[in-house]
Design a protein around this ligand. Structure first.
Ligand code: CP
Ligand code: NVA
Length: 314
């Protein structure tokens, strides 16, 4: 494979908008290459001796395991540290934590509630900070989503994507990468669950520059018409579990089921970032059906994570 470009060395990935469309494209190209090399069982010790810290305030299957496996496959190692085990939980400042951990580690992946915590780490750390999900965004997921869509359709520009359900962190990051890649993104969410209007407005600016488009509607049928990707996510995200009953009622009409898939484009596929709640936001026949790319999408978390590390870690 070709050498690793230098342009992103030392950069953080706190949100999709940290990286230009060209930089995001570089990450996707490298992820594709790394996927091919892994299938050939080629060992690529791109980051020998580096240690990546994983500081998590929420549970995780994909983000944690792809991060641990990904750095190992690049020749380094991972250090998983629940945030509760750090002095951070006893009042040591984010700034001091970031400064000290920068002396030990080569990068940090953070999963937390408040996006401001990731931003504060990035402000003070001297190593790349990678957002492993906040309440506001999930940029690694968005990269894997774009990789999966590009694998299937050969390009991103012009692909119509319908996001159904809660206008949450996953929706925001998907919208951003779609807007930066020339996709046509329509989010169908009920009133009270619409994506952040500031994110939508800013994504619209990106879409104007890329030739894509961003729209929001409360009508799932409107979003689905002509869509080649139907995407959904859990209705009660981490931290919203106590609202589950209300959310199940409010979001019922937005379930990704076979009837909706049938009304999309003939070659439409289903995506879900996982974990799925079968029978709630997605039905079993769609999740496990032949139009589901969900398992490739999950695998692609590993390849994009390796690409982000290979590009950013010095
Ligand atoms: N999609 C995703 O981020 O999954 P985890 O919560 O398991 O990391
Ligand atoms: N929106 C979900 C995504 C999980 C990967 C959550 O924040 O819980």
């Amino acid at each position: 494979m070709a050498g690793i470009p230098e342009l992103l060395k030392g950069r953080s990935f706190t949100r999709v908008s940290d990286w230009s469309p060209a930089e995001l494209g570089t990450a996707l190209d490298l992820a594709d290459e790394l996927k091919v090399e892994r299938a050939r069982r080629r060992e690529l010790r791109i980051l020998p001796g580096r240690t990546v810290g994983l500081i998590f305030r929420k549970p995780s299957t994909r983000t944690r395991i792809s991060s641990e496996v990904g750095i190992a496959e690049l020749g380094g190692m991972a250090l998983y540290v629940p945030a509760a085990d750090l002095q951070l939980s006893r009042g040591e400042s984010t700034r001091d934590t970031a400064l000290v951990l920068s002396r030990f580690l080569s990068a940090i992946v953070i999963r937390t509630f408040d996006q401001a915590e990731v931003d504060e780490f990035a402000e003070h750390a001297t190593i790349p900070i990678v957002n492993g999900l906040t309440d506001a965004s999930h940029p690694l997921q968005a990269l894997a989503d774009a990789m999966t869509i590009r694998e299937r359709f050969g390009a991103l520009a012009g692909v119509r994507v319908a996001y159904l359900g809660d206008g949450n962190n996953v929706c925001h990051s998907l919208m951003r990468i779609a807007a930066r890649s020339g996709m046509e993104l329509v989010a169908a969410c009920p009133d009270g669950y619409l994506p952040d209007p500031a994110v939508v407005a800013s994504c619209r600016d990106d879409a104007t520059a890329s030739g894509g488009s961003v729209a929001v509607t409360t009508d799932p049928a409107e979003a689905i018409a002509g869509a080649r990707v139907l995407y959904t996510d859990v209705w009660a995200s981490m931290g919203h579990e106590d609202e589950r009953d209300r959310r199940l009622r409010d979001l019922d009409a937005y379930r990704l089921d076979a009837a909706k898939l049938a009304r999309a484009a003939p070659d439409a596929v289903a995506l879900h970032c996982l974990p799925a709640h079968v029978g709630e936001e997605i039905t079993a026949d769609v999740l496990y059906g032949d139009r589901s790319l969900v398992w490739d999408q999950a695998e692609n978390r590993l390849h994009v994570y390796k690409a982000v590390l290979a590009l950013t870690v010095r």
